[in-house]
Design a protein around this ligand. Structure first.
Ligand code: NAD
Ligand code: ZN
Ligand code: ZN
Length: 341
């Protein structure tokens, strides 16, 4: 079968691999859609996960249908549409046993961060995963369903783990890409939030506007003015930074009200200087969430099933995976690009 694989640093390409078959407790999925995440670019080009064994098939945002079940698997009939909870853990620590593999205590020792991040993922015609990692997602468009598993799940966890967000909160979303455009909708859906959307690309800001952002701005200076206007001068309750580049970490904390929270999601190499007697808002929290739990994925799927989320998805054939990566790299994707085998 065809699979898009990382074969070496900076070298990801389409290849032919044998179709995998499920062992005990596993299922083989016929992949319907696999999202292209900016993290894939960090992995391919920036040496994130350089210690992982290569080659492996990329793709950690996966929707498929059950094609074959291994021994001991029950309740997953062939043809059932599912999504994959892809963060991997040791399987033994308390967090893993609770389905919170994203915060496995042994995360740093693991040979892979997730399915498609160190072990074979979903940019292929088929994938084998543990039956416990799949979440049924019937009746949801496969391209939307795939994006729920990382762009959706990470955004959901980032928002719901931020401290003390209440109805009507003022939330700044920096980076309206794959993650950010879903976070914007979740902020509205979960908190009736007013949202200030920040991005450098006009197409991304156009999308934010379509999604009903209360202000759509290009940089920190414009963001500060919008936050001032919408909060009566007090500041934002939370800033979610999905770019995480030096240009955005430079202004994010300055937008916050007292005891606000800066949620750093983007891995763009930006950093903060934290000093007690500086200009940081008092009571500031900085959180660095990672992905989300299986239970949270079920909650995100439920949100999508009731029509609360829409992914701006550009579908591309799996054969054009390399080109899709390039387009994401050049900033040409609006929303999320999803590969279809
Ligand atoms: P994306 O490329 O789809 O979106 C990023 C957006 O940020 C783009 O719209 C881009 O125009 C915007 N941006 C870039 N520089 C900016 C700036 N200076 N000011 C304002 N906006 C700017 O990427 P994505 O797939 O949504 O991923 C976003 C980041 O989140 C990546 O770094 C990715 O690795 C990371 N990520 C983290 C987790 C986690 O669990 N922590 C999970 C998934 C992705
Ligand atoms: Zn990702
Ligand atoms: Zn563990």
């Amino acid at each position: 079968m065809r699979a898009f694989r990382l074969v070496g640093a900076g070298d990801a390409r389409l290849g032919d691999v044998p179709e995998p078959s499920p062992g005990p407790g596993q299922v083989r999925l016929a992949v319907s859609a696999a999202g292209v995440c900016h993290s894939d670019l960090h992995v391919i080009h920036e040496g994130v996960g350089a210690a992982w064994a290569m080659p492996f098939t990329l793709g950690h945002e996966i929707c498929g249908t059950v094609a074959e079940a291994g021994d001991g698997v029950s309740g997953l009939e062939p043809g059932t549409q599912v999504v994959v909870h892809a963060p991997l853990g040791c399987g033994e620590c308390a967090r893993c046993r609770a389905g919170v593999t994203n915060y496995c205590d042994r995360r740093r020792e693991l040979p892979a961060a997730g399915i498609g991040l160190g072990v074979d993922g979903g940019m292929a015609e088929s994938i084998v995963v543990d039956a416990g990692a799949v979440v049924p997602a019937p009746g949801i468009d496969p391209c939307l369903a795939a994006t729920l598993t990382d762009a959706g799940l990470t955004s959901y966890h980032a928002l719901t783990s931020a401290r003390g967000l209440e109805k009507g909160a003022l939330i700044v979303v920096i980076g309206v890409g794959g993650l950010g455009h879903l976070a914007l909708q979740m902020a509205q859906e979960l908190f009736d939030a007013r949202v200030v959307a920040v991005d450098t690309r006009p197409e991304a800001l156009g999308l934010a506007e379509t999604l009903g952002a209360d202000a759509v701005v290009r940089d920190g200076r414009e963001a500060a003015a919008a936050v001032h206007r919408l909060s009566g001068g007090w500041g934002a309750d939370a800033v979610l930074d999905f770019a995480g580049v030096p240009a955005t970490t430079a202004f994010g904390t300055g937008l916050l009200r007292t005891a606000g929270e800066l949620v750093l999601v983007g891995s763009g190499g930006g950093s903060f200087e934290v000093t007690k007697a500086g200009t940081l808002p008092q009571g500031l929290r900085i959180s660095v969430p990672f992905w989300g739990s299986r239970t949270e994925l079920e909650e995100v799927v439920a949100l999508a099933a009731r029509g609360a989320l829409r992914t701006e998805a550009t579908a591309a054939p799996l054969d054009e995976a390399a080109e899709a990566m390039e387009r994401l790299h050049r900033g040409e994707i609006v929303g999320r690009c999803v590969l279809v085998p």
